[in-house]
Design a binder for this molecule. Structure first.
Ligand code: GTP
Length: 232
């Protein structure tokens, strides 16, 4: 998505440059108490990364998404066992040309990773090892919780990746596997379960510290993204 998360637009879970300034200067008591975790969502272009994050943060299916340029930020605060957990979700671009200037930012201080493929696209599934390799190259180590997600399960007649095959791959990496659909409203709870699973795992990591991108970091990415939007 290129434009939909301009500051203040659409729903209050969108994270924007303005929000980060707000948070860093005069956040309220509840925000100050929330532990914040950075989750990146990665995978080939068109697998549904934006729609999945939108479904989790906005509660609806995003119709007609545009290709993500650089990164989009969204966030949602959860109350787990009386504790506030804020998930800051980085929806990254699948297309190489929209990624290259920002890859370093994606992986910096990341707390968890969601790898997404499209169950109707064998090639998107076959790319998963490359995405895992890219994480490793950027020092995202084995202690960082990771999850494999097969999206677009509503397209039953077009499935190219059997669950059993995906489960084998997930087991080989020791990742949980989720299959779901951002589009099908009856799958909403499964989409939530992906993020909740990570939230519970992160919550139990008492040593993980609150780390937010600095204002200059986010501002720099925002400017880069705007420039790249203009060139297209
Ligand atoms: N049928 C179906 N279509 C979906 C689903 N999720 C996403 N789509 C469609 O798949 C296309 C791509 O969705 P996006 O969420 O933009 O994909 P993306 O992975 O963010 O793509 P990039 O931004 O290019 O990396 C859009 O046409 C969506 O409507 C799903 O669960 N089921």
């Amino acid at each position: 998505m290129a434009i939909h998360n301009k500051p203040g637009e659409e729903f209050d879970t969108v994270f924007s440059l303005n929000d980060s300034l707000e948070l860093s200067s005069h956040h309220d008591y509840a925000t100050a108490q929330a532990r914040i975790f950075k989750i990146i969502v990665i995978g080939d272009s068109n697998v549904g990364k934006t729609c999945l994050t939108y479904r989790f943060c906005g509660g609806t299916f995003l119709k007609n998404p545009e290709a993500t340029i650089g990164v989009d930020f969204r966030e949602r605060t959860l109350e787990l066992d009386g504790e506030s957990i804020k998930l800051q979700i980085w929806d990254t671009a699948g297309q190489e040309r929209f990624r290259k200037s920002m890859v370093e930012h994606y992986y910096r201080s990341v707390h968890a990773v969601i790898f997404v493929y499209d169950v109707t696209s064998l090639s998107s599934f076959e790319s998963i090892p490359e995405w895992i390799e890219e994480c490793s190259r950027h020092s995202v180590g084995p202690l960082v919780p990771r999850i494999l997600v097969g999206n677009k399960c509503d397209l039953r007649d077009r499935r190219e990746v059997p669950t059993s095959t995906a489960q084998c791959v997930a087991d080989s990496y020791n990742f949980p596997l989720f299959e779901t659909s951002a589009k099908d409203p009856t799958e909403k709870e499964h989409v939530d379960a992906i993020f909740l699973t990570l939230a519970y795992r992160l919550k139990s990591h008492k040593t993980l510290r609150l780390k937010q991108p600095s204002v200059s970091d986010v501002g720099q990415m925002w400017n880069q993204r705007e420039n790249e939007t203009c060139q297209c």
